[in-house]
Design a protein around this ligand. Structure first.
Ligand SMILES: C[S@@+](CC[C@H](N)C(=O)[O-])C[C@H]1O[C@@H](n2cnc3c(N)ncnc32)[C@H](O)[C@@H]1O
Length: 267
């Protein structure tokens, strides 16, 4: 199948980006899965920890999990620790090579292949659970979610962690005075492809039309300010993320202002 122009750009970008991981340390932070599995710690206020918590909660022995747009396989490795039979695909063959190497190094079985989200190479009703991290905003959302629906078994669930647009807050964030104070070195922009964009209201409508059984969990209100005083690599929990979590529970209407969401979708 020939690639669309958008797919070509994404593939080219991530093939190059994967070279940065060529010397991959294999030393992946597994705590978002290990800590809850060992009953040591949970972080329901953090979207990345929270999506693994959903995968842990949904686990049943001998079930198949698809890591939707797996990248270099780090998320898939964490998910494999739960016990799932892991599958993953990505448009970048360099990423798939990295995922295979990572699984080999950790002596884990994994089924990775190059494929496009818009046309998946799996049979219908094949997966028990689908997890996607920062992927829907890179792909043609309608085609990809229809494929996601097709390959999920009836009663199965899909969880997608995605950034979402909140126009007026995004405008403030992008304004010159705020950008002036924002840390320059670790700008997210460096890792933003030409075509990706945060999910918006139209995307939300599409998602709900394909998966009418849809719940949303919101994150990231005041935690937007974390980048002004915390290092991205800081392993400690963010106080602002905790505050956001409490605020979202107390005042659900605030979830409209969340900058990240986990979609919980059921077939
Ligand atoms: C932001 S990365 C996320 C990767 C991974 N989920 C993670 O969290 O590390 C986006 C990924 O989407 C992949 N991608 C972009 N367009 C795609 C498409 N149409 N089909 C499949 N994968 C695609 C890229 O190669 C890249 O690995």
């Amino acid at each position: 199948m020939s690639l669309t122009e958008r797919q070509k750009r994404e593939k080219e970008y991530y093939d190059l980006y994967a070279q940065k991981y060529a010397d991959i340390s294999f030393n992946i932070d597994l705590s978002p899965v290990i800590a809850p599995l060992e009953n040591k710690e949970t972080r329901p206020w953090n979207s990345y920890w929270s999506i693994y918590a959903h995968a842990i909660k949904e686990y049943k022995p001998k079930t198949k999990l698809l890591d939707f747009g797996t990248g270099p396989g780090e998320n898939a490795l964490r998910l494999s620790l739960i016990g799932y039979d892991i599958y993953g695909f990505d448009i970048s063959d360099k990423n798939i090579q990295l995922a295979n190497k990572l699984f080999e190094h950790h002596a884990k079985p994994g089924n990775f292949q190059v494929a496009f989200a818009e046309k998946l190479p799996y049979p219908s009703n094949f997966f028990d659970l689908i997890i996607g991290i920062d992927i829907l905003h890179h792909v043609e959302i309608e085609q990809s979610l229809k494929e996601c629906y097709r390959v999920l078994r009836p009663g199965g669930k899909a969880f997608f962690r995605e950034p979402v647009e909140v126009s007026f807050l995004d405008r403030i964030r992008e304004s010159k005075p705020i950008q002036f104070f924002a840390p320059k070195k670790k700008s997210l922009k460096r890792h933003i492809t030409e075509d990706e964009r945060k999910l918006n209201k139209q995307d939300d409508t599409i998602i709900k039309s394909i998966f009418p059984q849809c719940k949303k969990h919101s994150f990231f209100l005041f935690a937007r300010f974390d980048k002004f005083y915390r290092k991205g690599s800081d392993p400690k929990p963010s106080l602002l993320e905790k505050l956001d979590y409490v605020l979202f529970q107390l005042f659900p209407a605030l979830s409209k202002l969340g900058g990240a969401v986990i979609y919980e979708l059921k077939k």
